[in-house]
Design a protein around this ligand. Structure first.
Ligand code: UTP
Length: 325
């Protein structure tokens, strides 16, 4: 076992293409989409800091500038707010700047989550570290990462977060085969399958976007061949680690029973905004009665769907050269 067993670093992969959210993510990472009035990524960094992880490495891809700028100073904006005497907003702007000790590394091509995590090897070194997916929000009122760090410290193993999902949606996740332990919310993972059909899923325990990984994961990822979708899958590396507990420490799961929002999914994103806004002191009192009224109107109204995209005003897409000729 490594000597440095205390987790101090968080790695946040945010280099995916976010295709489910196109066209919003054409020029902006999906992690910058606002959830109420904060970008999704800020909730994730706040969660890491709240669990005591102030050293944050973000894995970025194309369009990384918005992510870096959000956690950096914006002198012009600060100056304007100072001149206006708008201290409330100034505080909000400065908060994300001072939140964590931010570091960035580029993934290059988005070759999968496992490939993104491997880019953290130099920064992390031979210590266990946390991975928080930049599009997965855990409600700040429900502890998950702190509990995972506790389990890691006790068992010196790799720890993943599990959520019990409807069998009909297990094909959207990595699913875990598990054995009970002496703790009600902790299971030992004996195997993992990425996005299985309902019939082949080993359980309804889905892996969600929080991991506390031992550094051996880098050795395993370096040898992991591209899997599903031609991408290097973190799930495949975890499967190898679960199969070799002697030198990897094995893999455990913490069963999370709190609120989680997958902001990379459009429907879950909308639900996240409503769920979080309704409990906000500044928005809830007006939003709650409006929502109630809206919901009661929905019951009598005939459904009239809006087209996803307006009719193409230009006809078939033309290439630049075709137009030039
Ligand atoms: P997803 O599969 O949800 O992200 O990856 P995606 O590919 O961006 O989404 P869609 O399906 O096209 O809409 C989970 C997390 O892993 C990161 C993503 O940014 C997201 O936080 N990721 C994924 C990377 O950092 N690099 C990759 O190559 C793939």
């Amino acid at each position: 076992m490594a000597n440095h067993d205390r987790v101090t670093k968080a790695v946040i992969p945010a280099a995916g293409l976010g295709t489910r959210f196109l066209p919003a993510t054409k020029a902006m990472p999906k992690e910058m989409l606002p959830v109420v009035d904060k970008p999704a990524i800020q909730y994730v960094v706040e969660e890491a800091v709240d669990a005591g992880l102030h050293d944050v490495l973000m894995i970025t891809g194309r369009n990384k500038n918005a992510l870096e700028n959000h956690f950096d100073r914006n002198a012009e904006l600060e100056e304007t707010l100072v001149k206006k005497g708008d201290t409330d907003r100034l505080e909000k702007v400065n908060y994300s700047t001072a939140l964590a000790d931010m570091h960035y590394v580029r993934q290059g091509d988005p070759k999968g989550l496992g490939h993104a995590v491997l880019r953290a090897k130099m920064h992390v070194g031979r210590e266990p570290f946390a991975v928080l997916l930049g599009d997965d929000i855990i409600d700040a009122r429900d502890d998950l990462l702190k509990r995972m760090l506790q389990v890691q410290a006790e068992r010196h193993a790799t720890v993943v977060a599990l959520l019990e999902v409807d069998p009909d949606s297990i094909h959207l996740y990595g699913a875990a085969a598990v054995e009970e332990t002496d703790e009600d919310d902790v299971v030992r993972i004996t195997g993992l399958v990425e996005k299985p059909d309902k019939e082949h899923a080993p359980s309804n325990y889905a892996i969600i976007g929080r991991y506390v990984l031992r550094p051996e994961v880098f050795d395993v990822l370096e040898r992991t061949e591209p899997g599903r979708g031609g991408e290097i899958q973190l799930t495949d590396a975890l499967q190898s680690m679960a199969e070799a507990p002697d030198w990897t420490g094995g893999v455990y799961g913490v069963v999370f029973r709190g609120r989680r929002y997958d902001t990379g999914d459009r429907l879950d994103y909308i639900k996240a905004i409503i769920r979080l806004a309704i409990d906000r002191e500044d928005l809830g009192p007006e939003l709650r009665p409006w929502l109630r009224e809206f919901a009661s109107e929905l019951e009598d109204e005939p459904v009239e769907f809006v087209e996803e995209m307006p009719a193409d005003p230009t006809g078939p897409i033309q290439t630049l050269s075709a137009r030039d000729n």
